[in-house]
Structures are given as C-alpha cells and as structure tokens.
Design a protein around this ligand. Structure first.
Ligand code: RB5
Length: 157
C-alpha cells in the first residue's frame, strides 16, 4: 500500500459521496483525515482543495482525495499548490495511468458526474497503482520546472 494516510476534501455538493468514500477507505485500513465540509450549506471548493493540497505537499499525508460537483474546481485549487499533481477523472483508467505515468498525489472526481460505484472504482484504481518512474520522471521534472520557474528550457530548443 503506497498510500496509507490520506486527506479528503469536498464542497457542499459532495458531502454524501465524501462520507461514503471515507467509510469505504477506512474499512480497508486507510487512515483518512476529513478536511472538507460536512454541511450542505454553500461552501467554496478552494478551501478544501487548498487544505488537502497543503497536507499532501508538506508530507503530512501520503495522498489526497477531492470531490466537488464536477471535480474540476477542487482539482484546480489543489494544483495551484506547489508539488501537487492532481488528476480529475470520471473513470478508473485515467486514475490508474495518472499514478503510473504522472505520479499524481491527488485524485478528484465529481459527485454530479459519477455514481458511488464508479467513484469507488476510481479510488481503487488510483490507490492500487504505483508510479513507474524511468522515462516518466523526465516529464515530471519538466512539470516541476514550469511550476517553480514559470519557464521550460526544453521549449526554447
Ligand atoms: C458548485 O455549484 C460547483 O460549482 C462545484 O461543486 C464544482 O463543480 C466546481 O468545479
């Protein structure tokens, strides 16, 4: 199990799905820290996206799970934090490949887009896959270069 300790975040649209995914993961032995809202009152997704991302980037947790209506806003929020590679997906294939090739450290999906069984499949695929390194590391290093310098030497060639 590459990821043992996880943070989970959500907005008001995704409270029920967050609770179901959290219980599903806890049953499997994962430690899950909930930093999302537990209320269906309107809640701005960047707050949860940011909180989860900071915990992942600092190493406090191994990975992050983010759920809003589409998964888009909350993943954009997380991806603004240095060191975060968050995939938004609505099927398990992209979730698995995002671990193997892109070394994602957060996964996002939409409570208005996928049903709970697909959400579980996404989480299973994402948590079950390992980063392959090798040729993929060159590209991850380029992502970090863009993030830290707002430039990319290879694009000048
Ligand atoms: C909330 O209405 C909605 O905008 C949010 O859950 C999410 O889908 C944003 O990306």
């Amino acid at each position: 199990m590459a990821f043992k300790k996880l943070a989970i975040g959500n907005d008001h649209v995704a409270v029920e799905m967050k609770n179901e995914i959290m219980a599903y993961l806890q049953e499997q032995g994962y430690e899950v820290i909930n930093v999302g809202t537990d209320s269906t009152e309107r809640f701005n997704y960047p707050v949860s996206g940011y909180k989860v991302a900071k915990m992942v980037a600092s190493g406090e947790v191994d990975g992050g799970i983010l759920i809003c209506g589409t998964g888009v806003g909350i993943s954009l929020s997380a991806n603004k934090v240095h060191g975060i590679r968050c995939v938004t997906c609505s099927e398990p294939y992209s979730a698995r490949l995002s671990r193997q090739h892109n070394n994602t450290n957060c996964v996002a999906f939409g409570a208005r887009v996928v049903g709970i069984e697909t959400a579980k499949d996404i989480v299973d695929a994402w948590l079950g896959a390992e980063y392959e390194g090798g040729r993929h590391q060159v590209r991850i290093d380029m992502l970090t270069e863009i993030e830290t310098t707002q430039a990319l030497a290879a694009a000048q060639e």
